[in-house]
Design a binder for this molecule. Sequence first.
Ligand SMILES: Cc1ncc(COP(=O)(O)O)c(C=O)c1O
Length: 395
Amino acid sequence: VNAPVPIPAAPATPGYDVEALRREEFPWAAATAYLNHASTGPIPASAQRRLAEYQRRRAEPHRLTADDLFPVLAAARAAAARLINADPAEIALAPNTSYGLNLAAQALPLEPGSVILASDREFPALVYPFRHRARHGDVRFELLPVTPEGWPDEAALLARLDDPAVRCVAVSLTQFANGYTVDLARLSRETRRRGTWLVVDAIQGCGQVPLDVRETPVDILACGAQKWLLSPWGTGFLWVRPDLVPRLEPPWAGWMAFEGTDDFTRLCAYDPRFRQDARRFEMVTLPFHDFAGMAVAVELLADLGTAAVAAHLRDVGRPVVEWAARRGVPVTSPLGPRASGILCVAPPAPERAFAALEEAGVAASLREGSIRLSPHAYNTVEELARVAEVLERAR
Ligand SMILES: Cc1ncc(COP(=O)(O)O)c(C=O)c1O
């Protein structure tokens, strides 16, 4: 795996002030080394203030005004759209990633005999919806073996596209267990060329990996906001390709999806028209206060710029990569162009190393035999140097 280990090039200078970000938005960060954003993202202080302020008024609903309801959801859609260079009309808010993946699995038209392709070792949230779609045998769900490193075999995926039966590909932008980030530009190009549906689970990438749906269009992109988007549990969004939005019939019929819901004085007219924008894929009364928080957090990330965050993350992992190279410890994440901010190493006794990190106040994860480190925009190279010291002592 990754042998010989290449050392990332010279440190990049982030396009923002890391210390100020830490001080203003993550003032608790000095008390720990929180390197677990692939699991749960913290809530930035500005988003926390917005949530608390809203929650206070929510407890006494007569204090809420019309501006606290649908305009708040519109702001959350606008923030998500800004982050991925989309139009807000292409964004539906959702409580998590699975919502969008299930929509894709159920709504995308597939002729009998079609094959849906995914890579083995994907996070289960991507696997179950498509396997469920194939349960009656009219379409087939195929998991392609991973490379010897345990990464998606993109060459094999691309080669499988030549089979005319392959009508849909579902991939994670970034793999949960090793941080491998697919070449979305190539996948986008090759699926567009063949008219194959491309469904992307973006939760482990969006917010730390630059993503531009105008440059690399897909068909449906699903993203929970609870990790890299630093937002409350129960928030997220999906993006649908604009020309697909009015043509794709939702497999369910939530009352919020219909034109008739705009006029609360005449709801019982039961206007049968689905909305023309991506709100047709929404269903229910969404948690307004949580989406108010998400809007603030996602705007913060959009202000930093995902390219600057990605450059910062390439830099902060250096001490651990260098330690692994010195000690011959396998780095199980890619380090080249397919790298992301998720950095995994596999020391000989991963459980012992993980316990040592916990004891040293470092929050990380143990995934598929590797220590998974997932720093974000405000983490520092000093924190990762501390990780390298702890791993050295635990050898
Ligand atoms: C790749 C991936 N997809 C989805 C999820 C979570 O799905 P959901 O947002 O539906 O809970 C995770 C992690 O929890 C993940 O790593």
